[in-house]
Design a protein around this ligand. Structure first.
Ligand code: FAD
Length: 282
């Protein structure tokens, strides 16, 4: 197993995010994507965690499976909202017992129904500190180039909270964004706060405009409307080519801005990411 902080120090990295599927058919699609993307020899992959622990067992079993069978590490995401400290400690002990060395420590979103308890955590920093106390994990956190939606435009506060997390954590991965300059501004703001930890840009190809708009609305991310309109109007093959080209250009710009690696939101599919990667190495 390998710690992501060491991979980043040796960088640049390339990494892929997957989510735990609900059905056997969707699980087969994830297996196929993983198989195809393994050929790219990623530095690491990560697996998301459902709000309030809804995917706890599936996230765990996918992460353990990848770590046992692949030459690259899989990092579980872990959200603390709605959890007790004892629950989180049990899971971290279990991960450590199974040789997991990396954790992405997140707050998660507060429960929307009144019946779900809020739990013992409020902010991701509390989880980062607990993970640090529990063992020798390499710890990542979330960053938001366009600010976290709950920050409601309070840029200085949001950046300071991120800086406080990164003082304890090893690295950050960003929310997806369309304009590479937003990532550049995030790096400048952190630099001004004296933060030097690596921040990986999270990249999502806009091949599915409806899905992109929906996720952007949830995350407070601006939408590249002119590009999405062209993709909407194109046939399926052209739509993918347009998305691949736009994402390739974004990755090239992110490299110019000093990105320590590229982290792709794959949505459990491989074609787009493989084609962008081929453009970048070709
Ligand atoms: P925090 O760092 O706690 O920040 C949340 C808000 O609180 C921000 O506005 C921040 O400025 C503010 N804040 C922080 N500290 C303080 C303080 N001391 N006082 C006042 N305000 C404060 N969600 C999932 O459910 N599962 C996943 O697997 C998942 N993976 C993700 C992966 C990445 C790379 C990213 C970018 C996000 C992911 N998310 C996931 C979403 C994330 O959990 C939510 O966006 C959540 O609302 C915020 O998480 P955080 O860790 O940034 O929280």
């Amino acid at each position: 197993m390998t710690k992501i902080r060491d991979l980043l120090a040796a960088g640049p990295t390339i990494s892929f995010e997957f989510f735990p599927p609900k059905t056997d058919t969707a699980m087969r699609a994830l297996d196929a994507a993983l198989e195809e993307l393994s050929l790219v020899e990623p530095s690491f992959v990560s697996v998301t965690y459902g709000a309030g622990g809804s995917t706890k067992d599936r996230t765990r079993s996918i992460v353990l499976g990848i770590n046992e069978t692949r030459p690259f590490p899989a990092m579980p995401h872990l959200t603390c909202m709605s959890h007790t400290k004892a629950e989180v400690i049990d899971l971290l002990d279990d991960y450590a017992d199974h040789g997991i060395e990396n954790v992405l420590a997140l707050a998660g979103d507060p429960p929307t129904d009144a019946d779900t308890p809020l739990g013992e955590f409020r902010y991701a920093l509390e989880l980062v500190e607990l993970v640090r106390d529990k063992g020798d994990f390499s710890v990542g956190v979330a960053a938001f180039p366009e600010l976290h939606p709950r920050s409601q435009g309070r840029s200085a506060d949001d950046r300071q909270h991120l800086a406080a997390k990164l003082e304890v954590a090893d690295f950050a991965i960003t929310q997806f964004f369309a304009d590479a300059d937003d990532y550049g501004r995030l790096l400048d703001d952190l630099d001004a706060l004296g933060v030097t930890k690596p921040v990986l840009p999270g990249i999502m190809a806009p091949n599915n405009p409806a899905g992109y708009r929906r996720m952007a609305a949830m995350n407070g991310t601006r939408v590249p409307e002119a590009l999405l309109a062209r993709i909407d109007a194109a046939d399926a093959a052209d739509a993918i080519s347009l998305a691949v080209e736009a994402t390739t250009q974004q990755c090239l710009r992110l490299r110019e801005l000093g990105a320590p690696g590229l982290h792709f939101y794959t949505l459990n599919r491989s074609e787009l990411t493989r084609r962008v990667h081929a453009n970048l190495v070709g």
